[in-house]
Design a protein around this ligand. Structure first.
Ligand SMILES: [Zn+2]
Length: 211
């Protein structure tokens, strides 16, 4: 009995520590972060362990993962499809943060992805779909404007990791407010859940060592 009680208590403690670290981590990321490139391979754990922590969790007020990466039945038309990203649900209007520092290579608002931004970080590309706002252009260039969220992101500009780059919206093909988050390494899709696992595995491990 005592053993079970202790085990439960310990688990609660670990979850608590992980949450606290996550909050601390997010606030660190909201400050300007140094430029760097994510590791080449998700499983290159030894050298990559420290660097993964430079990534930012992409959604504020995160609620749940509503659809994983991979093959699934489309919620739009009921047909089998390859879901090339991870869906992260959050209340409409919640801010989205850039996973990594990089250069905005594309802003768009005329595909299934809705109003979207793509950022290039070395050999990685990360895209954010279904945002609030729309694309505009003037003499200064092409940009995504979300006036309600106070966000204007130019195609070609640099963004630090953790920077607010948009808000959760309902643009494009979507059944509810969520971020459709896509990661590509050298053009190939990568499951974002694997990357998040690497990012947070390191934090949990180091928190236990500090005890
Ligand atoms: Zn999706």
């Amino acid at each position: 009995m005592i053993y079970i009680f202790k085990k439960k208590w310990y688990r609660l403690l670990v979850v608590g520590i992980a949450t606290l670290l996550l909050i601390g981590f997010e606030s660190i990321c909201s400050n300007a972060i140094q430029a760097s490139t994510p590791p080449k391979n998700v499983s290159e754990s030894q050298n990559a362990s420290a660097i993964w922590q430079q990534g930012s969790f992409p959604v504020e007020n995160f609620q749940s993962y509503t659809s994983p990466f991979g093959y699934r039945i489309s919620p739009i038309d009921g047909k089998p499809q390859f879901h090339n990203g991870l869906d992260l649900a959050a209340p409409r209007g919640s801010y989205i943060r850039s996973w990594w520092s990089g250069k905005v290579t594309k802003v768009s608002d005329n595909t299934n992805c809705g109003t979207s931004i793509t950022i290039e970080s070395g050999t990685w590309k990360h895209s954010y779909c279904h945002l609030e706002g729309h694309v505009e252009r003037d003499n200064s260039g092409i940009y995504m404007l979300d006036a309600g969220g106070g966000i204007k992101i130019f195609q070609g500009q640099e963004v630090p990791a953790g920077a607010r780059i948009g808000r959760i919206g309902m643009t494009g093909n979507t059944t509810g407010p969520h971020l459709h988050w896509v990661l590509r390494y050298r053009g190939d899709y990568v499951d974002p859940a694997l990357v998040l696992k690497e990012m947070f595995k390191r934090q949990t491990v180091s928190s236990i060592h500090e005890q």
